[in-house]
Ligand binder design. Structure first.
Ligand SMILES: [Zn+2]
Length: 339
């Protein structure tokens, strides 16, 4: 690997506090203008670092003064992000380690189905139905199995070819490539963006692409972190959902609704949940994350399991309050194609 990582490079890029608004709404890694409306932005949080993999670099989240959307700054260029995903994030062929074996068994077990009923379902794994479902970013196909079990004809898209090969071997059709280039044989009834939209460099374009492959009145199901979460001030820069540099946008119920509305979706329903798993991850990050070092404790099944149980048992009144007060940790949105 080069002496200087792509993100270090991006993070070290000179910043201009009073940079003029961009001329277009297109994403730019180098200017702190809003990626959605090109408005001026101000810093809402600074000094953020990668609490998961130990990727070097310091980041900010900025809020648009015009449309209120919060976004990462600086954002690595698409080619840099691609390298980072391949190196740190996506499935890289890791199989049959203790962690992956336990994870695989857990996700296909009855215990998992009980678990998501007790905790929270961030991936729509409890929804039953029928018709054609497209899972965006299906990785090695673990979630496709759940959708298929629930009655859907499940297919996926995945940028990581290594992961797509595994999903195809399990019998699923998986498209690898930009969504813009995807022309399915038949339109879908449902498109799922489970913790995906916040990773996109252009969420509006992503939703419009999905509109194109959905049937009239087809549904999009979205889950993503809630920028209004009560856990954000509690954990500060260790809040697990900053997830720099991979989480590019941070949605509130209002900015998510606005984006859906602008992207050709209506009948928008947004509710909130607080997965104990996310709270446990924030606790682990707060206790163990160090700049430039991977946080191995985030992959310790016993620690995570213990903390999840403890959070669920002790903090449930706070979860209940947060979800109803608009301050849950995760937004869950269902919307219907209108255009
Ligand atoms: Zn804006």
């Amino acid at each position: 690997m080069a002496a200087r990582s792509p993100v270090e490079y991006a993070a070290g890029y000179p910043e201009t506090e009073a940079a003029p608004a961009q001329k277009t709404g297109n994403f730019s890694a180098r200017q702190p203008g809003c990626m959605a409306c090109a408005g001026l932005t101000e810093i809402s949080v600074d000094g953020l670092f990668d609490t998961r993999f130990g990727i070097k670099g310091s980041f900010e989240v900025r809020r648009c003064l015009q449309c209120d959307l919060e976004q990462l700054f600086p954002v690595p260029a698409p080619s840099q992000l691609k390298n980072l995903y391949e190196r740190y994030y996506n499935f890289s062929g890791e199989r049959e380690t203790v962690y992956t074996t336990l994870r695989e068994r857990f996700f296909s077990s009855l215990l998992y189905r009980l678990w998501i009923r007790l905790d929270e379902d961030i991936s729509f794994h409890t929804r039953r139905g029928g018709g054609r479902l497209l899972d965006i970013g299906c990785n090695e196909g673990r979630t496709l199995k759940n959708y298929a079990r629930n009655g859907f004809h499940a297919e996926g898209t995945e940028l990581n070819e290594t992961a797509a090969v595994v999903a195809r071997a399990a019998g699923f059709a998986v498209f690898t490539g930009p969504l813009d280039d995807f022309t399915p044989d038949a339109p879908y009834d449902v498109a799922v963006l489970s913790n995906v939209l916040e990773h996109s460099l252009d969420p509006k374009a992503m939703l419009r692409s999905l509109g194109r492959v959905l049937k009239p009145e087809g549904e999009v199901w979205i889950s993503c972190p809630n920028s209004q979460s009560w856990l954000r001030p509690v954990f500060g820069r260790w809040w697990i959902n900053w997830h720099v540099p991979f989480h590019v946008t941070h949605f509130s119920p209002l900015t998510l609704r606005h984006l859906l509305d602008e992207s050709g979706f209506g009948q928008i329903e947004i509710r909130q949940i607080t997965p104990a798993l996310w709270v446990a991850s924030s606790i682990i990050a707060r206790l163990f994350a160090r700049t430039g070092k991977p946080t191995r404790q985030l992959r310790n099944p016993l620690l995570i399991f213990g903390l999840v149980l403890a959070c669920r048992a002790l903090l449930f009144p706070l979860f209940y309050w947060g979800n109803r007060a608009g301050r849950g940790d995760c937004l869950v949105a269902v919307a219907r194609k209108t255009e």
